[in-house]
Design a protein around this ligand. Sequence first.
Ligand SMILES: [Zn+2]
Length: 131
Amino acid sequence: MQCPCNPENLYESCCQKAHNNINTVNTPEELMRSRYSAFVLANMDYLQKSHHSSTRPNKREKREIEAWTKTVNWLKLEVLKTTMGKISDTAGTVEFKAFYIENGKMAVIHENSNFTRENGHWVYVNGKHKA
Ligand SMILES: [Zn+2]
């Protein structure tokens, strides 16, 4: 199967590696891509694991996110810009657009996300929506 984050890649050679072992993720962009793919696949365990403990959704929010993402038809991910996030960094940002169809209408999430390391791997902290 194609990888949800990039149809030019096979899932097994792209985000599946992260979904099987989050410690294989090298950069915030890879983590962002693997989280997008997890939204597409409704892989809630991975979405929780890849979320910083201080901002991680609670059980009720997790159920709401799962219900929502299953009603949405995800179209594609565009990574616009990344800062830092090299091997030696402890923080990084990824600006992205995620396109989807909800209730028959196209919608887009345009966000600049913050990433840091926790328990030795990259995690998503929070994001600022862009107009
Ligand atoms: Zn991927």
